[in-house]
Design a protein around this ligand. Structure first.
Ligand SMILES: C[S@@+](CC[C@H](N)C(=O)[O-])C[C@H]1O[C@@H](n2cnc3c(N)ncnc32)[C@H](O)[C@@H]1O
Length: 269
């Protein structure tokens, strides 16, 4: 499965949904309670997982703009089932080139999920400055934060996780990626642009029965570690083989750290 394939996004969606931080989500919902309608732009929407996660809890009349640069994912997102008072427009936008275009027009809320660990500090700054210029709140879920734990733990886990976290800083199209530092960087920028900031953890928790997602995550970790070439390749393949054996035996569980945040412009005095 590739990084943004429909298969991968579909596999991870129930874990993302379960992981979303309730305090952060409630802070976002409270900002719009009592409103009859809302216009949302979802950046890097994939197949529409943020829409599915939150639309039932937002004001009834909704206008969604779903933005991505992958036409296959957008086609899947635009086929979303929805009640008549909810409109959804899927828009192909390269967020590196045309972030501002994605935000233009009537918008009350910017959402995104599983994006900010892919972007550079420069792009994140651009997003927050553009949001502040329009006085728009930002709800960003599921940014990887570098914490991974395995049960049972193994002797090479820490080496692999350290390699994965170094690999996370590679360029994913937005410049050198923030990777696990994304939410800390967002917090600093939010403060600078006069935003309040609520954050909370949204870790993936995989139990012994969650074999397919554990296998995919571990293969992704091994690929990332192998690509960096700073660990002996036999360590990486040996580590993966041992962990896959534990999964096959129904004896592996793991936790992958993520963070959500809701940032909102503070009232001007
Ligand atoms: C990890 S997926 C997350 C998708 C979705 N938000 C979710 O939570 O399932 C990252 C998304 O970023 C999109 N993406 C990556 N680079 C992009 C760019 N330059 N412009 C627009 N979207 C981009 C991918 O197509 C993909 O849908």
């Amino acid at each position: 499965m590739s990084g943004f394939s429909i298969e991968w996004l579909t596999l991870r969606e129930p874990y993302d949904l379960a992981a979303r931080n309730a305090t952060v989500l409630d802070a976002m919902l409270a900002a719009f309670s009592g409103q009859a309608s809302i216009a949302v732009v979802d950046l890097a929407c994939g197949t529409g997982s943020t829409f599915r996660a939150i639309s039932k809890r937002l004001p009834a009349r909704q206008n969604w703009r779903l933005v991505d640069n992958d036409l296959g994912l957008l086609a899947s997102a635009s086929a979303l089932g929805r009640p008549p008072e909810v409109t959804v427009a899927a828009k192909a936008v390269d967020l590196v080139r045309d972030l501002e275009l994605a935000l233009d027009g009537p918008v009350d809320l910017i959402t995104t999920s599983a994006l900010l660990d892919l972007v550079s500090e420069e792009w994140l700054e651009r997003l927050m400055v553009e949001a502040a210029a329009r006085r728009l709140p930002v709800y960003a879920a599921l940014s990887y934060d570098g914490r991974v734990s395995f049960d049972p733990a193994g002797p090479f886990d820490a080496d692999i996780v350290a390699a994965v976290n170094r690999h996370q800083h590679g360029n994913k199209g937005f410049g050198p990626a923030l990777g696990p530092d994304a939410v800390a960087a967002a917090k600093l920028i939010a403060k600078r642009v006069g935003y309040s900031f609520v954050e909370g953890s949204s870790d993936w928790a995989f139990g012994t029965n969650d074999a397919p997602i554990q296998r995919e995550v571990l293969r992704g970790f091994a690929d990332a570690a192998a690509e960096l070439r700073d660990l002996p390749s036999a360590h990486v393949t040996g580590w993966l083989a041992q962990r896959l054996d534990l999964i096959a035996a129904g004896a592996s569980s793991m936790r992958v750290g993520h963070l959500d945040f809701f940032a909102m412009p503070m009232p001007i005095r």
